[in-house]
Design a protein around this ligand. Structure first.
Ligand code: FAD
Length: 522
């Protein structure tokens, strides 16, 4: 089944990555990868179980409701490695019974009202790039499960050049949003690795963070206003950039992962499109020295637009596989500056002096540009690794600077120990991916040989890593969100009183409990 092959991968097949014979040999000799596993030809898609009366009610709310296999399959999962492994095995238990494609806020609201009447569970679907099971809502106890695909809400509504804000519909995908804004001289500056497919509403619903977060900030900090449809009515928030009028209700919707309402419109701060970009590579003798340098920039400046630091293992593997510069040891930092010509010149010069004083050695622009050119390549590489019989997945966390070394060591040890116990000594790579004056995010990549049950293998490793993160005092997620996979740890982070407060909000906004059951809420 072609659709199955397509949904079980990332992106356009024309951009697929092929592993070189050298890398294949290395996977076999260093990691014990045993070669490709058979992929299923067909999916175990259950027949749509929506009662005819419920379907008719949904169609009255929005005529574009589809129950064909192709539409349901395309909305059956997100893009975590577990999702891709299950899809490759033909397992699509989480597939919705129907897919609705509303074209307006009012249609979204009407669909939610119909779902409430018919007791149909709803999964808001943006770009479908969740890596935490955020699209795997529970269906038990409901008359059916509806994927509410927001791709039809794809308009840039207005740009306000005086306030420097842009208002857009939430289903707008990131590349198109950037193109439309660029045409008017602006950028959002939000470039996560999932940029090619993710939507603005998805960014808001998961508190996403992009690769240029040092300069442009996290997505939730860009949002100044939002509109959401809930089963009990509409909320329209953000009449001023900041306000002292009580708790900021925008924050309740940001990161709410579709459990409180469906975000249909966002007003975001935008910046002028940078006239100039200057990306350079730097090498530090080790992760500790590089980490101190990165912290120094985050706390005392000058702060670049992009700032990331790979550990020794990530630097070495990227150099060996041609994905990055280096090769003589040490740790690679990528330092990118964007802005006007004068700003970029001044900041680059100041950064050069500061990074040199902090122990860095410049590798020049080619190294920085090499990273920029390949920055959306990792998910294509993951497909090639899965094809070859390797397990490849990432996870992330954030903590305060004083605890960062402990978290780094604890997560690495947990991953290595769990996967080696299963007979597959893994590669564990890490980089500092987002920085703040008080702390940073660590992003881990794991590559190992696939065991007979790779889903169970990764779950065990991920559980061990989650426990190590919790024990070291870090958060279970800095930017991927909670979804289904991080719920137990999220519950522990916010405690019983926090969980009760969220349940109270849920009761007020979604008393029927139809929005994303089983997601986020502990
Ligand atoms: C290869 C890869 C790389 C990634 N890199 C990054 C990265 O660099 N930074 C980062 O932050 N994340 C990253 N992610 C995670 C993911 O892309 C983000 O979480 C993104 O914000 C999800 O957007 P989406 O539109 O695809 O949302 P979806 O996956 O469609 O949905 C995510 C969750 O939000 C809910 N939701 C979606 N839209 C709405 C809406 N309009 N209203 C209410 N709820 C909604 C969904 O029900 C779901 O629970 C990556 C994922 C992949 C696969």
């Amino acid at each position: 089944m072609n659709e199955l092959r397509h949904v079980a991968r990332w992106g356009d097949p024309a951009d697929a990555v092929t592993l070189s014979p050298g890398v294949r040999d290395l996977l076999g000799s260093a990691l014990g990868v045993r070669g490709p596993r058979p992929a299923a030809e067909t999916a175990d898609l259950h027949p749509s179980s929506l009662p005819p009366a419920a379907l008719a009610d949904l169609v009255t709310a929005c005529p574009r409701v589809h129950t064909d296999d192709a539409a349901r399959l395309a909305h059956a999962a997100g893009k975590s490695t577990e999702d891709l492994l299950r899809l490759r095995a033909g397992q699509v238990h989480d597939a919705p019974d129907a897919v609705a494609r509303p074209g307006s806020h009012d249609e979204v609201a009407a669909l939610l009202a119909a779902c409430a009447r018919q007791h149909v569970a709803v999964v808001p679907f943006g770009g479908g790039t969740s890596v935490v099971g955020g699209l795997a809502a529970r269906r038990d106890g409901f008359a059916g499960l509806l994927a509410l695909d927001l791709a039809g809400l794809d308009r840039l509504i207005r740009v306000d050049p005086v306030s420097r804000t842009a208002t857009a519909q939430a289903g707008l995908r990131a590349p198109r949003a950037e193109r439309l804004l660029n045409a008017q001289g602006y950028t959002l500056g939000h470039f996560p690795q999932s940029f090619e497919y993710a939507s603005l509403g998805g960014f808001a619903a998961t508190r996403s963070s992009g690769q240029a977060s040092a300069g442009y900030g996290r997505f939730d900090r860009m949002v100044v206003g939002l509109k959401a449809a809930t089963p009990v009515g509409t909320v329209d928030l953000g009449r001023a950039p900041e306000s002292a009028a009580g708790p900021d209700l925008r924050q309740l919707l940001l990161g709410s992962e579709g459990v409180f309402g469906v975000i249909t419109e966002l007003t975001m701060r935008v910046r002028p499109t940078p006239a100039e970009r200057h990306y350079t590579g730097w090498v530090f003798p080790d992760f500790a020295t590089g980490g101190d340098a990165v912290r120094s920039l985050a706390q005392d400046g000058p702060l670049p637009t992009v700032l990331r630091l790979s550990d020794e293992a990530e630097t070495a593997i990227n150099a060996a596989t041609g994905s990055g510069p280096g090769g003589d040891g040490g740790c690679l930092a990528v330092v990118g500056v964007e802005g006007t010509k004068a700003e970029v010149a001044a900041r680059s010069e100041a950064l050069h002096a500061r990074l040199t004083a902090l122990g860095g050695t410049p590798l020049g622009e080619t190294a920085g540009e090499q990273w920029r050119a390949g920055r959306y390549r990792a998910p294509y590489l993951r497909d090639a690794l899965l094809d070859a019989g390797a397990l490849a997945e990432t996870l992330e966390t954030a903590t305060f600077w004083d605890r960062l070394p402990q978290t780094y060591a604890a997560v690495r040890e947990a991953l290595v120990a769990t996967l080696a116990d299963a007979g597959t000594p893994p590669l564990v790579l890490c980089h500092i991916s987002h920085v703040y004056d008080t702390g940073a995010s660590l992003y881990f990549t794991v590559v190992a040989a696939q065991a007979d049950d790779p889903v169970a293998q990764w779950r065990a490793a991920k559980t061990a890593a989650g426990e190590a993160i919790a024990a070291s005092g870090a958060t279970i997620t800095h930017h991927h969100g909670v979804g289904r996979d991080h719920r137990p740890w999220y519950g522990r982070e916010i405690g019983p009183v926090g969980a009760a407060a969220l349940r109270g909000v849920k009761e007020a906004l979604d008393p029927y409990g139809i929005l994303n059951p089983g997601i986020l809420l502990p």
